[in-house]
Design a protein. Structure first.
Length: 272
């Protein structure tokens, strides 16, 4: 009830001397917004704040609401071995975009495909997400022409559940070619981490090239294409001492510069 001077009387719960140490620690833990028990003991032990008693260690050290409210996903451990033995056994695919600025050709998305064995990367630029299927067919035809189709062909592909990958056209095309289409679990990009990491590498390399050369932002597609070209020829496959180009094409490279050229744009790559 409200008193005559507009005040409300509440019955406060007072901690008596008979309360056990566990109950007292739990009470202060709840009062201070479910602060973790270790820092709570430190505050009381060194008298960092006034009014907080010295608290001992909680017997079980577990708070039910804290388990529900502070839970996180377990880390995905990095693979310590090569899961594939040759190129095109598994391709990781993802779509980047939409970009804030359209490219010179009016593109806004980037279709990135990474070979699991060699980490060789292919990039295609799209105006709309619906063009992903056509670009994949183009990539398949290109790989079949470049490599010996009797020995090497795409066996598996892996992507997220984006509608540009999970649709009837993609499914029927893969079934007709005997390609197994794997999907990562929803809201778990770590399972498709190979291409997710490659997206970041390409984006960072392109951004640095644009900023260092003071060129307009609508040249981002050319920068991404250059970053992909360079990365395929200089990055080593994790766990090996071979470049992605060497593992995918079975050829070594000789890198040099034009005579009198000192910038990165004068890079020349020759197959040895």
């Amino acid at each position: 009830m409200r008193s005559s001077d507009n005040c409300y009387c509440l019955e406060a719960r007072i901690v008596s001397n008979n309360v056990s140490m566990d109950e007292q620690v739990e009470l202060w833990h709840e009062r201070l917004g479910h602060m973790n028990f270790r820092d709570l003991r430190t505050l009381g032990k060194f008298e960092c704040v006034r009014g907080l008693p010295k608290l001992g260690k909680k017997a079980n050290g577990i708070c039910g609401p804290c388990q529900q409210g502070k839970q996180t996903k377990s880390m995905h451990k990095k693979g310590k071995y090569l899961s594939t033995k040759e190129p095109l056994k598994l391709l990781h695919m993802d779509l980047m975009g939409p970009m804030q600025t359209e490219s010179l050709g009016g593109k806004r998305y980037i279709f990135v495909c990474v070979d699991d064995f060699s980490r060789f990367t292919w990039t295609y630029f799209l105006r709309e997400k619906s063009e992903t299927f056509d670009k994949f067919k183009m990539l398949y035809t290109k790989l079949q022409n470049e490599m010996n189709s009797n020995i090497r062909s795409i066996k598996r592909i892996r992507s997220d559940h984006g509608r540009e990958f999970e649709n009837a056209s993609f499914e029927s095309y893969c079934d007709s070619l005997g390609i197994s289409h794997e999907f990562s679990a929803p809201r778990t990009p770590q399972q498709n981490g190979v291409v997710e990491r490659k997206n970041r590498v390409l984006e960072e390399m392109a951004r640095v090239m644009l900023l260092s050369n003071y060129v307009p932002r609508n040249l981002w597609a050319e920068a991404i294409n250059t970053a992909c070209y360079i990365g395929n020829r200089v990055f080593l496959r994790p766990g090996t001492r071979n470049t992605s180009y060497e593992l995918c094409k079975d050829s070594l490279l000789l890198i040099g510069l034009f005579r009198g050229q000192t910038t990165s744009w004068g890079l020349v790559v020759r197959v040895v």
